[in-house]
Design a protein around this ligand. Structure first.
Ligand code: TIU
Length: 234
């Protein structure tokens, strides 16, 4: 077992039963012209989560941890898009409408895909999910349980929406999830803090909060070369 400094107390994890979950690092959320901006958000807030998330991804890859990525989006015919989600926010452009990065939040479009910095490689499954939670209407739980996964390290966007929803779902399914606070991003600084506070309150009511430095310190105890290679400038 490795132990990462975290709140509300140290997060214990066995690399063999741990998965890194990279949530929705899609152009549609982190770049202008996508779904996130269509809801009135300033997407630049999310970009600062990318460099630490990239370091964690590279270190976990080199250490041989299981890595899984998610994307939020819908079928091209929008048959899996609830009317309530389509209308929510009363945006000027809706899910499925054309934008500079393709049709908003539609699978197969450029904007729907994951940004280059943290793009999946062979052997890292991608979960396409229609909702905010990564477990809703997906096979994520089966994939994790079939491997004997017990602990999750969580990076992604946005902290209080898809990250927090997925961590709550993970908790109910029996996983210990640890969110790395510098590797998750919100459009709202106050929600970033509140969402992380909610995870770790009440003795870790649905998870743990750590950060890339403390997590990589722990991983480096078993995989020093993997961690130092990931920390080196590209
Ligand atoms: N709007 C917002 O903050 N987030 C989302 O709609 N989806 C995700 O968080 N991925």
């Amino acid at each position: 077992m490795l132990s990462a400094k975290a709140e509300p107390y140290d997060f214990e994890f066995d690399p063999k039963t741990t998965a890194l979950v990279m949530i929705d690092f899609q152009r549609d959320f982190v770049y202008p012209g996508g779904f996130g901006e269509s809801l009135g958000n300033d997407t630049s807030f999310l970009l600062k989560a990318l460099p630490p998330a990239e370091r964690v991804l590279k270190a976990c890859r080199a250490a041989g941890l299981f890595i899984i990525h998610t994307r939020e989006g819908h079928r091209a015919d929008l048959s899996d898009l609830p009317a309530a989600k389509y209308e929510r926010g009363r945006p000027k452009i809706h899910i499925g409408d054309p934008g500079p990065m393709g049709r908003l939040l539609v699978r197969g479009e450029y904007g729907h895909d994951i940004v280059d910095e943290v793009y999946p490689i062979a052997g890292e499954p991608i979960i396409d999910k229609p909702g905010k939670g990564a477990f809703y209407a997906t096979d994520l739980d089966s994939i994790l349980k079939n491997r004997g996964t017990r602990q999750l390290i969580v990076c992604g966007v946005t902290t209080e929406v898809c990250v927090q929803t997925s961590v709550r779902e993970a908790n109910d399914r029996g996983y210990d999830a640890c969110v790395l606070e510098d590797c998750v991003g919100s459009y709202f600084p106050e929600f970033q803090k509140a969402a992380l506070d909610m995870v770790k309150a009440q003795g870790g009511i649905f998870g743990f909060v750590s950060d890339s430095t403390r997590f990589l310190d722990a991983l480096g105890k078993q995989f020093p070369a993997a961690v130092s290679a990931a920390a080196a400038p590209a």
